[in-house]
Ligand binder design. Structure first.
Ligand code: ADP
Length: 624
């Protein structure tokens, strides 16, 4: 099986090619066959036309020849009517009579326009002749060997074409017996020149010739073909011609014309000899029965062959054109079908696309719907987060307040104790009439109450829940307000406080309450850090660069160790003892500053302490 498959494989593409090429090969063969038919048909039609024209010519040549010959046919027979002719044949030695007959023959010859007329006795000896005056006169010649004379002597009227033995001039010889009282006395002979006929024959490509019974050409439109033979002559014929000296000294060699093809209509296609070397010609013959002569007419085939060739080429070209038209039509139909298919495919693709778009749109709508739902959920979550953050900030504040509560209590108790003492003193001084001193005491009391009111006001302000809106806040005022809450502690703990501000007040875009909360946180942390240190210095500076305001809070505490630095802003990260720190201060502060669009950074000072830097966006209103 495998071997069979292997041997099959290579021949398969060849077979497919053959199957595809076969119709084209068939069409090509048909086209060539039709063109060949057209060639043959045109050639045959043109040849037929040539044949008809040739036949007409032959007929007309034959008629003119017969007309010419028949004009002289009777002439030899009439000569016996002349008594002198009879008398001369009876008395051949009568020279006077011969002179009369010679003159008579000369006159008749001139009138009838024949070549020569002469009288021969029964022995074939010429008794009188029309050319008696000329040096080569026939008189005295013996022409008994001439067949026409022999025929006439045998009582058959003789007719003969031959070349003259004296001058070598060709001509047709008519001979007729001369009778007196029923007895033959001699023969009258008339020689006629029929070469003049050649002048009326065709000139040009067509050729014509006249042959005798043996096929010897004796008249022809081609002079070179004269006295040549259509076919080689047999030895007997040559012998006979030698005896009769019909063609005198001419060699009678074959013409060398070859028959190529015999046509159905009797004509033959031949190849001509020199001088029309090897030209293909249509040969047709017409025999002239009584004299056994034959006219041969050769028509030039070149124009017929040219028109056949043209017909072949024209047919091929027409077929090629037709084939191209058919192919063009097929191609157009195929293109039309392809275009139709492409249109259908396009429509299908378009429909598919539309379905896909509709599906995608539906899924997008679904996604949008889901997203908007998610958005709602996210917004709710954000709101909850903000609420939680706000609560966390509040919790941070409360934590700071809680941390500060001991100090605040102390802050309030001290003036309260002073108030009690001073009010008691004022009462005693009034009772003692020392009114001026009592007045001073009351002034001091009023100042103390005012200070306590300011402190509680500040505390209330600090504890207040601020809204989320941002507005320009003078940075220096925020620092002062924050400082107020830790002022007492700074004094008590003997902390050296330094503040450096810019000459022009700086406004930051933020919320004053929450900025104060951050600052209180940073101050408290710094104070906590420096609690056990000998040198206690708290520095606040305000600077600006481009569109940022920077508040730096530095201390001389122990600084921030590397282990702590990474966790500084984490919620609930504290290093302070239980109950003192919640670990929320820096986490909340960092978040508040971030909400303002700024950032909170921590670093170490060169002296080893800590420095916290608040970066805030500058408010545009500042310039306004
Ligand atoms: P809490 O003050 O409740 O501990 P914070 O978030 O304010 O919470 O501070 C977290 C921690 O950061 C503190 O416990 C402390 O270890 C460290 N810290 C904050 N400020 C300073 C500072 N100025 N110097 C040294 N350490 C500090």
């Amino acid at each position: 099986m495998a071997a069979a498959a292997q041997t099959d494989l290579p021949s398969r593409p060849g077979r497919r090619l053959l199957r595809r090429a076969a119709p084209w090969v068939l069409v090509l063969l048909c086209c060539i066959a039709v063109a060949v038919l057209a060639w043959r048909w045109t050639e045959s039609a043109a040849t037929d036309k040539l044949r008809l024209a040739g036949a007409q010519r032959l007929d007309s040549y034959a008629v003119s020849l017969e007309n010419l010959l028949s004009k002289y046919d009777f002439l030899p027979g009439t000569l016996e009517l002349n008594k002198d002719v009879i008398a001369l044949l009876q008395r051949p030695d009568d020279e006077a009579l011969r002179a009369d007959v010679n003159a008579y023959l000369e006159q008749v010859n001139r009138l009838s326009r024949s070549t020569t007329i002469y009288i021969v006795n029964l022995q074939g000896l010429t008794q009188a002749s029309s050319n008696w005056r000329q040096p080569d006169s026939f008189v005295g010649d013996n022409v008994a060997f001439r067949p026409y004379v022999r025929d006439a002597l045998r009582r058959t009227p003789g007719g003969f074409y031959g070349v003259g033995t004296t001058r070598g001039e060709p001509g047709y010889f008519f001979a007729h017996g001369i009778y007196h009282n029923g007895r033959m006395l001699g023969v009258a002979t008339v020689k006629v020149n029929i070469e003049t006929l050649e002048n009326g024959w065709v000139q040009g490509a067509d050729k014509v010739m006249l042959t005798d019974a043996h096929g010897v050409v004796f008249l022809s439109s081609v002079q070179d073909w004269k006295y040549r033979t259509l076919a080689p002559l047999s030895a007997e014929v040559l012998q006979e011609l030698e005896v009769s000296r019909q063609y005198f000294s001419h060699a009678l060699l074959p013409l060398g014309m070859r028959a190529l093809r015999k046509l159905d209509n009797g004509a033959t296609i031949v190849a001509t000899p020199a001088p029309a070397d090897h030209a293909r010609m249509l040969s047709q013959t017409r025999s002239l029965a009584p004299r056994k002569w034959q006219f041969v007419y050769l028509s030039d085939l070149a124009p017929a062959e040219a028109s056949a060739r043209n017909a072949f080429l024209f047919t091929l070209l027409s077929e090629a054109l037709l084939l191209m038209l058919v192919l063009y039509g097929r191609q157009r139909r195929r293109l039309g079908r392809q275009r139709q298919r492409a249109r259908v495919d396009l429509q299908r693709a378009y429909d598919h696309l539309e379905t896909m778009v509709a599906e995608r749109t539906a899924s997008l709508q679904q996604m949008t719907h889901n997203l908007s739902e998610e958005n709602v959920v996210r917004r709710q979550a954000e709101q909850k987060l903000r609420q939680a953050q706000s609560e966390l900030v509040q919790a941070g504040k409360m934590a700071v307040l809680g941390q500060m509560s001991a100090g605040i209590t102390h802050e309030l108790n001290q003036p309260l104790t002073a108030l009690r003492t001073m009010s008691d003193n004022a009462r005693v001084l009034i009772e003692r009439g020392r009114l001026d001193e009592a007045k001073d005491n009351l002034t001091t009391i009023s100042e103390l109450v005012g200070r306590m009111g300011a402190l509680t006001g500040q505390l209330r302000q600090f504890a207040r829940k601020s809204d989320a809106s941002l507005r320009p806040v003078p940075v220096a005022a925020a620092i002062t307000a924050a400082l107020f809450l830790v002022e007492r502690r700074v004094e008590q703990e003997r902390v050296n406080f330094r503040m450096s501000m810019l000459s022009q007040d700086v406004y930051a875009l933020c919320d004053s309450n929450r900025l104060e909360q951050v600052l209180v946180n940073l101050f408290t942390n710094a104070l906590d850090a420096m609690a056990g240190c000998e040198v206690r210095q708290l520095a606040v500076s305000v600077t600006r660069s481009f569109n940022k305001a920077m508040i730096a809070v530095s201390d001389t505490g122990p600084g921030i160790p590397a282990s702590v630095r990474g966790h500084l802003f984490e919620p609930f990260f504290t290093t302070k003892p239980q109950g003192q720190g919640l670990g929320l201060g820096l986490a909340i502060s960092e978040q508040i500053i971030r909400e303002f669009g700024g950032q909170l950074l921590a670093e170490s000072t060169t002296a080893g302490g800590a420095r916290f830097i608040i970066e805030l966006p500058i408010a545009q209103q500042e310039t306004a």
